[in-house]
Design a protein around this ligand. Structure first.
Ligand code: IPD
Length: 265
């Protein structure tokens, strides 16, 4: 019952926030700021969209914890924590590429309970509640059912720090002949939803944050995907592999066997 209420709130917030971000962009972007590096941009729309979500949650769920990409970090007392990415795919957003989304997930001690990922430019709304399956615009979705890594379309992404990108691109270059092909959409949440509905067979990335994966990983798993980290333990923002079941372990082993030493924390 509570899961259904939390899912409904995720859906409402993701839609309202995504539509706000889209209106904000149409009204004019202004000059983006930078965060972790010169390539890591943030706009006034990211910040106002996070504020909109946070204000609503403070009214509706005052005892919950809140963590957002643009700096929200509130400790709660209820045991629930909301992971908020107001605009995932900010670089796409800035360039007018429609591949960006609002991602909202709420977690308890056992992981994400409910989540929604909304792509305002296409009107696609992905969602899931734990144990209740995943949907796209209200229709059940499922993973591709891929059986061979060599025939799999695999998504990934790159961090903003130069040393992370160097390591990630070196690793990818060593792996790329093992797949059908590779995709880099620019939004981790959208990549996870792409696995959920069979647009990708698998996805992996490292150096992410909880708000990048909270909703999308649940949606992918509820659609039949399996997930883990690069060592085979539970998936984590620091390193995550999500795939149609038969290709998860072959992909994980490939990644683990090509890991390049990390040069920086
Ligand atoms: C980024 C996107 C991108 C991923 C990066 C993330 P942002 O989030 O999800 O696909 O490769 O690692 O930081 O900055 O667009 O919210």
């Amino acid at each position: 019952m509570l899961d259904t209420q939390l899912l409904r709130l995720c859906l409402e917030l993701a839609r309202a926030a995504g539509d706000h971000a889209a209106r904000c962009r149409r009204a004019g972007l202004g000059t983006p700021d930078h965060k972790s590096s010169a390539t890591d941009v943030v706009t006034a729309c990211d910040r106002s969209t996070e504020s909109l979500i946070v204000e609503r949650l403070r009214e509706e769920r005052p005892d919950d914890g809140l963590r957002g990409e643009e700096g929200t970090d509130t400790v709660g007392t209820s045991g629930f924590v909301w992971h908020i990415d107001p605009i995932d795919g900010t670089t796409n957003f800035v360039y007018g590429n429609p591949n960006w989304c609002t991602s909202i997930g709420v977690a308890d001690a056992d992981g994400t309970v409910a989540g929604a990922v909304y792509l305002p430019e296409s009107g696609e709304l992905f969602s899931a509640a734990r144990g209740a399956g995943a949907t796209l615009n209200g229709i059940a979705i499922s993973v591709s059912g891929a059986t061979e890594l060599s025939q799999s379309l695999v998504g990934t992404g790159f961090g903003y720090r130069a040393e992370h990108r160097q390591m990630q691109s070196t690793r990818l270059a060593a792996m790329i002949t093992e797949f059908r092909d590779i995709r880099r959409s620019g939004s981790a949440a959208i990549d996870l939803c792409a696995v959920a509905c069979g647009r990708l067979d698998a996805y992996f990335e490292d150096f992410l944050h909880p708000w990048d994966i909270a909703a999308g990983e649940l949606i992918a798993r509820e659609a039949g995907a399996q997930s883990c980290n690069f060592s085979g333990g539970p998936a984590h923002p620091e390193d995550i592999v999500v795939a149609s079941p038969a290709v998860l372990e072959p992909l994980r082993v490939l990644i683990a066997s090509t890991v390049i030493p990390r040069s920086a924390p």
